[in-house]
Design a binder for this molecule. Structure first.
Ligand code: NDP
Length: 296
């Protein structure tokens, strides 16, 4: 029987644990606080930010919601970040990406105080992750580590193939899987759009992490028996539904499930974990402020 890994259930457990940590912090007089900054009128970005705000409310994190007009000068965003950096009551700052074209995205990531960079994208935090001293692990790969652990999958000694090399998913995922720590110690192959003969790579994997953003590009014929499949992809494809589309992953679920010992669905797999780990990083940041260790 294939284990379909329930990301919603694992994320709920994490939120419950976090609520306990938040109670401890509150008793100490510290309210974990996340500031979200949205400089976009893209409906998907608006939805992501409002989901993050709702998540905060559920666990007891104070959420500050800042919206900047997409055509405002870049300085307005940088001044906002500076103000939040200086505000001692703010633990985490999240600028929803992408920012408008006239704003330098890399400069935005560098402007956020690394101690408040709960996404883990500031170059200092990226460096710390690579050096094996992470401050905040990026939310999606960290969530995947937690999902694997919840499904009793230990990557140690396994062949892991990561499909995708983005800064937010593929690269940090590969890094976490190769670290000499719990949830790591795998032998990692990273594939991307220039990889030749991808099926040969995925077929030799014990764990496949699919993060390419290409609908259902990995099917059962590309997998070996007993493989663990983590599907990061969230792709809108036209469908005969009320909204006119449906969400599919990068994995063709039915044929992959035939081969897999464990697999994540889309939706309800990695997505809820990404959101939960953002809450975790925010509570951890508040713990740093209060000198109280936050662990899951
Ligand atoms: P990017 O577009 O930044 O990166 C995609 C990566 O996949 C690139 O490295 C690209 O290669 C590689 N790739 C593209 N096509 C192929 C192909 N045919 N074969 C092999 N590799 C390929 O995407 P993200 O990393 O930001 O996101 C990936 C997917 O995950 C998206 O669907 C996104 O929506 C989803 N996502 C889901 C999250 C969640 O919480 N579930 C969180 C974040 C993202 P190259 O570098 O050569 O261009």
């Amino acid at each position: 029987m294939t284990h379909v890994i329930d990301g919603n259930a694992v994320a709920q457990r994490i939120r419950d644990d976090l609520s306990e940590n938040i109670d401890t912090l509150e008793a100490d007089g510290t309210t974990p606080t996340l500031a979200t900054v949205l400089m976009s009128d893209d409906p998907a970005s608006e939805t992501y930010v409002s989901m993050k705000q709702d998540d905060c409310e559920e666990v007891g994190i104070e959420a500050i919601d800042i919206e900047i007009e997409p055509d405002a000068p870049a300085e307005e965003l940088f001044e906002t970040i500076e103000r939040l950096n200086d505000d001692e009551s703010v633990d985490g700052i999240l600028v929803q990406m992408p920012v408008p074209e006239h704003v330098d995205q890399r400069a935005v990531l560098r402007a956020i105080d690394p101690a408040k960079d709960v996404d883990g994208f500031h170059p200092e935090n990226v460096g710390r992750l690579v050096a094996g001293e992470p401050r905040y692990k990026p939310c999606t790969p960290h969530g995947i580590q937690k999902l694997l652990a919840a499904a009793d999958v230990d990557p140690e000694g396994k062949d892991a193939v990561v499909v995708g090399r983005s800064d937010i998913v593929g690269k940090p995922m590969a890094n976490l899987l190769m670290q000499k720590t719990e949830g790591g110690n795998a032998t990692v192959t990273v594939c991307h759009s220039r990889t030749e003969d991808l099926p040969a790579k995925t077929r030799q994997a014990d764990i496949v992490i699919a993060a390419a953003g290409v609908p259902e590009m990995i099917d059962g014929s590309m997998l070996s028996d007993g493989v663990v499949v983590i599907d990061v992809g969230i792709n809108r494809v036209e469908a005969d539904t009320e909204k006119g589309y449906e969400l599919v992953g990068d994995v063709e679920f039915e044929s992959a499930k035939e081969k897999a010992s464990a697999i994540t669905p889309v939706p309800g797999g990695v997505g809820p974990m990404t959101r939960a780990m953002l809450l975790y990083n925010t509570v951890k940041a508040a713990g740093n402020r209060a000198d109280i260790e936050v662990e899951l």
